[in-house]
Ligand binder design. Structure first.
Ligand SMILES: Nc1ncnc2c1ncn2[C@@H]1O[C@H](COP(=O)(O)OP(=O)(O)OP(=O)(O)O)[C@@H](O)[C@H]1O
Length: 229
């Protein structure tokens, strides 16, 4: 479970997230949608500790992690799949997979990722840079899972990926959630992906949550209009 209380995030004088409150519970997939530049990446970067928050509190499974450096947050159970995936192009698929593991690599963890994404096993000796966008996204998710998170954050995972693969990613995320009872928070501009994947959807506009609905109550046309403005 991840919770954010009165979170404020700024770049210098520029306040990007004025005051944000939300939580996502164990086993829930929360979608955050918003247009370009509305603060989705900034929110994720502050959750994982890449940028400090100006004020407020971030807690993970009830523990305050607001001041913890990124590597500590990872060891406490947050994993982050960044926008653009950030695969190491000259490392092999296997080397990419284990690159975030602190301590001993457990064979069964690698096997588990290969079971979820068989293509990664087939391509384990290929260079990460030679994979397609969709395969790289699977690799980025696999790499995140290798740190055994309780909360998985994904920033625009469908960016640059073809529609049939987007469906696969949606299915994989639900499978991972069902298998591991994870909390998943995913930011997106593609509404159809969020509708397929998420249990609850929030709309972010200029760093503020302006709408929030459970999946079954979502008025897709209304949200589409908000994303189109
Ligand atoms: N390093 C930075 N320094 C100053 N301002 C920044 C920085 N990074 C982002 N911003 C600004 O913060 C605001 C939010 O950007 P952010 O990247 O979080 O949005 P986003 O919703 O993730 O959009 P996108 O889909 O384009 O990534 C934008 O106005 C952006 O120009």
């Amino acid at each position: 479970m991840i919770a954010v209380k009165n979170l404020e995030v700024a770049y210098g004088q520029s306040l990007v997230i004025p005051e944000m409150n939300f939580s996502a519970s164990k086993g829930e997939i929360l979608g955050i949608v918003g247009r370009n530049g509305m603060g989705k990446s900034t929110l994720f970067r502050s959750l994982i500790g890449m940028i400090p928050c100006r004020s407020g509190e971030i807690s993970l499974d009830g523990k305050n992690i607001t001041k913890a450096p990124s590597h500590k947050r990872v060891s406490k159970g947050i994993a982050f799949v960044p926008q653009g995936r950030m695969i190491f192009p000259y490392l092999s698929v296997y080397e990419n997979l284990i690159s975030g593991v602190q301590g001993r690599v457990r064979r069964e963890d690698v096997e588990e990722v290969y079971t979820l994404f068989p293509v990664l096993q087939e391509m384990r000796n290929r260079k990460g840079g030679n994979l397609s966008g969709g395969q790289q996204q699977q690799l980025a998710i696999g790499r995140a899972l290798m740190t055994k998170p309780s909360v998985l954050l994904l920033d625009e995972p469908t960016e640059g990926i073809q529609p049939s693969i987007i469906k696969d990613i949606s299915r994989s995320l639900r499978e991972i959630r069902d298998l591991k009872d994870l909390t998943i928070v995913v930011s997106e501009q593609v509404l159809s992906f969020v509708l397929d994947t998420c249990d609850r959807i929030m709309v972010i506009d200029k760093g503020k949550i302006v709408r929030e609905d459970d999946r079954e109550d979502v008025d897709a046309e209304k949200i589409k209009a908000m994303l189109a403005v």
